[in-house]
Design a protein around this ligand. Sequence first.
Ligand code: HEC
Length: 171
Amino acid sequence: MSRVLWFVLGIVFGIAALFVGGYFFVRGGGVPMGTTAQPLPLEKTVARVALRASYGPSATRKNPLPLSEPNMLEGAMTYADHCAVCHGGPDKPRTAISEGMSPDPPGLFEQKEMVVDDPEGTIYWKVTNGIRLSGMPAFEKTLSEQQRWQVTMLCKHADRISPAVRSALQR
Ligand code: HEC
């Protein structure tokens, strides 16, 4: 056989061996699926890179609603109903649901984890599309566009809420 053919066969077998090896690695328990397991090496990096590639240019989208108390209050109501169970609130301890999840839902009203430095476009994208294999739901079909921008506004300004917004988050 010619050298080229051996070379091509080598590549084909090499790729096949990778697939078979990967299958037996996963079959043998190499990827623990319990949320109590530690993340795999590179898991967080791959997820971060994939997420950034997914929202792409929508990161530059601007909030069409004006920053106002009524919009922040509506956002707080949506947040209390649909987000606080995982992301907590300004005066809320973490729930058992949130503690049991992997990855950890970030505390969007906790100083270190709030998203106030993120562009509103990426927050809106995440609320709309969700984040695969993380537990973060997509709200595209369940919240109106207006509700999603209002709750985005709230997350973006989580460090500057009025007493009225704070109490709306309590319900
Ligand atoms: C069932 C639990 C759950 C609910 C309910 C939920 N989220 Fe999340 N959310 C998550 C998890 C888990 C992550 C982290 C995903 C990751 O690490 O990639 C996340 C990530 C996010 C992020 C990105 C945070 C960051 O640091 O980049 C934002 C913003 C967000 N959620 C907003 C919301 C809003 C707004 C709502 C309500 C409309 C909501 N989430 C409802 C679980 C939830």
